[in-house]
Write a protein that binds this ligand. Structure first.
Ligand code: ADP
Length: 161
């Protein structure tokens, strides 16, 4: 069977159970999954690149065909360098669709050989995103069910409780 290398790009600030759900499903579908942090110098993330890499590595340790990386610049060029043939995006709700549709068509124009595949998480994660987790955690609200235990530990350290 053809080897399929898939890239799952995102900010992962921090990685949530929704992301992890997609990563676990993807690891069963593709030969190799590269979860990659998109570094954007104009955005100030809550967790530094190194911290996000560390959290991603830790929570995907049980998945033998998943690698963690980061990249700067155009996703398509990065995918070419990594010899990837698939890019994965998560679709939570209709509100994600318009932006994702535009992105995937643009990327297809830049390289028709790389396909974007959309994956839906388990419905219990459809409303979840990293900014919700950051917001709740900043008020010391309970976020246990949204993030893996290791990320919870790091979040608590960040907020000093
Ligand atoms: P967010 O801040 O929305 O979590 P990311 O840039 O980290 O954004 O997301 C990376 C990718 O993961 C995107 O394709 C996004 O749609 C997807 N994603 C984020 N959260 C979830 C979730 N709860 N379920 C499924 N996909 C998700």
């Amino acid at each position: 069977m053809k080897k399929i290398i898939a890239i799952y790009p995102g900010t992962f600030d921090p990685v949530t159970n929704g992301h992890l759900d997609i990563i676990e499903r993807a690891s069963e579908l593709f030969t190799e999954v590269i979860v990659s942090i998109a570094v954007n110098r104009n955005k100030k993330p809550m967790f530094e690149n190194e911290e996000r890499l560390d959290m991603l590595k830790n929570v995907t340790r049980h998945l033998g065909n998943v690698k963690v990386d980061s990249f700067e610049g155009l996703l398509v060029r990065y995918a070419e360098r990594m010899k990837a043939n698939v890019m994965i995006r998560g679709l939570r709700a209709v509100s994600d669709f318009e932006y994702e549709f535009q992105m995937s068509l643009t990327n297809k124009k830049l390289n028709p050989g790389i396909n974007t595949i959309f994956m839906m998480p388990n419905e219990k994660y459809t409303y979840l995103n990293s900014s919700l987790v950051r917001e709740l955690a900043s008020y010391n609200a309970n976020v246990d069910e949204f993030i893996p235990p290791y990320v919870l530990k790091k979040l608590k350290e960040k907020f000093g409780y």
